[in-house]
Design a protein around this ligand. Structure first.
Ligand SMILES: NC(=O)C1=CN([C@@H]2O[C@H](COP(=O)(O)OP(=O)(O)OC[C@H]3O[C@@H](n4cnc5c(N)ncnc54)[C@H](OP(=O)(O)O)[C@@H]3O)[C@@H](O)[C@H]2O)C=CC1
Ligand SMILES: O=C(O)C(=O)Cc1ccc(O)cc1
Length: 433
């Protein structure tokens, strides 16, 4: 490969994944984490001749041509303040944090003027094969054309689909796709925890769409809190989306409680028309199909399917409709989790007869009322935490639910990975046709 040296500051899950792939493609990589982890990293990468573990961010910054920060978004300011001024002359700097506003602000403030700023964001977790997944590149401050060419050449080893965006476009889209999606799953987990339920043990939560909800909820809570906190709290656009989602949940639940069938039906049908267009009487075009959804269960499937009102999904479409968001426009820049979320949402709204069944259940069946009440409270509480900007409150809230579900993470991750792999093949082929 070329002579350029790639620097990686922060060797957590994403930093390691990049170090492995980029070094495998033949590039020389200089990497570091906090000093307490240097010895363990040296041992872990001892058989990789292309990766050298250095003492810290100063050393990496001084000797690399493209330096990437793979650190917690909440710390990016302080970390760039520390290492930024040691950046090699005429080098390029970027980051992998999930929200670009704070990252770019830190770069603009602390990097020397000769340094180009080119950032990126892989729209998937470290355990997902990057091939074919979206990879955003942000050419923010490019004074030399060869800088953009070099970054493109280095990143080509990911075999991802490159999407060029500005930092603002990136944050607006990820607020729509990631932050609000996570708010829904965080709320489901909080509600099940508040009701002292493990949903896979309850027949009305086993099978089809319920499997997807449970597996994705478990996926989020088995990950690191700082990733989701950073995405929601540090992205200015995310607060509005999450608040609207919480308002949609509350207002729809109120209509259910008051058994206002006509009003509820009109609101849901109007939202459907805006987001999905007119209903069709076939389901050929759906992103997901039933038999696929049934395969990935953590519990035993009951003989008869229990209808659910799917409050979380009704509220999602209401929220998109209220904010004039067309979720399909974001597919080029979406995560696997968002595609699955859109998949089950579309399923409920477009599978013939299913939406009417949800509305009937919402009005007539009170067996979900207690769960729906807890879900409504949870959505509002998550919105309040995000709005407050209090990272510590977010961490505590996340950790409580994480501890509750912890003993099932290994099994859930196995089933969830299998689910994502299988369903993604279908989703991607649909997207390209
Ligand atoms: N996980 C995911 O699914 C994705 C994450 N991202 C983003 O990528 C970034 C990294 O995420 P991820 O790898 O998952 O998180 P990790 O917590 O696994 O990795 C971050 C690493 O940076 C280290 N670190 C903190 N301060 C410094 C410092 N001063 N110098 C060197 N290293 C430091 C951390 O150490 P310590 O833990 O001791 O603080 C940790 O090892 C985040 O901004 C995240 O939002 C992007 C796409 C996907
Ligand atoms: O798919 C999701 O939304 C995830 O939960 C994984 C994830 C987390 C953070 C990112 O910046 C990108 C992907």
């Amino acid at each position: 490969m070329g002579d350029a040296v790639v620097g990686i500051i922060g060797m957590g899950d994403m930093g390691k994944m990049y170090a492995r792939r980029i070094s495998k493609a033949g590039w020389r990589v200089l990497a570091c984490d906090l000093p307490t982890k240097t010895a363990a990293l040296e041992a872990e990468f001892s058989d990789n001749n292309n990766v050298s573990i250095l003492k810290g961010g100063y050393e990496v910054s001084r000797a690399s041509d493209w330096i990437m920060y793979f650190v917690e978004a909440k710390n990016i300011h302080a970390i760039v303040a520390d290492y930024g001024r040691s950046t090699k002359k005429n080098a390029i700097v970027g980051g992998q944090t999930s929200t670009k506003a704070p990252e770019i602000a830190a770069f603009e403030r602390y990097l020397p003027a000769d340094v180009d700023i080119i950032s990126c964001h892989s729209l998937h977790g470290p355990g997902v094969d990057p091939k074919g997944q979206p990879l955003v590149i942000i050419n923010h401050r490019v004074q030399r054309r060869q800088s953009a060419d070099l970054v493109k050449r280095i990143l080509s080893c990911m075999e991802s689909n490159i999407v060029h965006l500005s930092a603002e476009e990136h944050d607006r889209i990820t607020a729509d796709t990631q932050a609000v999606t996570h708010a829904a799953f965080l709320s489901m987990g909080s509600a099940w925890h508040a009701n002292k339920q493990f949903p896979w043990e309850i027949p009305r939560y086993v099978g089809g769409i319920e499997n997807v909800k449970i597996n994705l909820m478990m996926r989020i809570y088995s990950n690191k809190w700082h990733v989701y906190a950073g995405l929601a709290i540090l992205n200015p656009a995310a607060k509005i989306q999450i608040k609207q989602y919480s308002d949609s949940v509350t207002e729809i639940f109120a209509l259910m409680l008051q058994t206002k069938r006509e009003e509820l039906t009109k609101r849901i049908h109007d939202a459907r028309a805006k987001v999905f267009g007119q209903p069709r009487d076939d389901d050929e075009e759906l992103l997901l199909q039933d038999d696929l959804l049934d395969r990935f269960s953590l519990g035993k499937k009951p003989a008869v399917r229990h209808p659910n009102n799917h409050l979380s999904l009704l509220a999602m479409v209401d929220c998109w409709s209220e904010l004039d968001i067309n979720p399909y426009e974001h597919m080029i820049c979406s995560t696997p989790l968002f595609r699955l979320w859109l998949g089950i949402t579309e399923y409920v709204f477009r599978k013939p007869g299913l939406l009417d069944e949800c509305i009937d259940t919402a009005i007539e069946n009170v067996s979900f009322r207690s769960d729906d009440l807890k879900f409504t409270i949870a959505a509002s509480a998550w919105s309040d935490v995000v709005n407050s900007g209090n990272m510590e409150a977010y961490r505590e809230k996340f950790a409580e639910v994480q501890t509750y579900f912890e003993s099932s993470f290994v099994e859930a991750t196995k089933v969830g990975n299998e689910m994502i792999k299988t369903i993604e093949v279908g989703l991607r082929s649909r997207k390209t046709t």
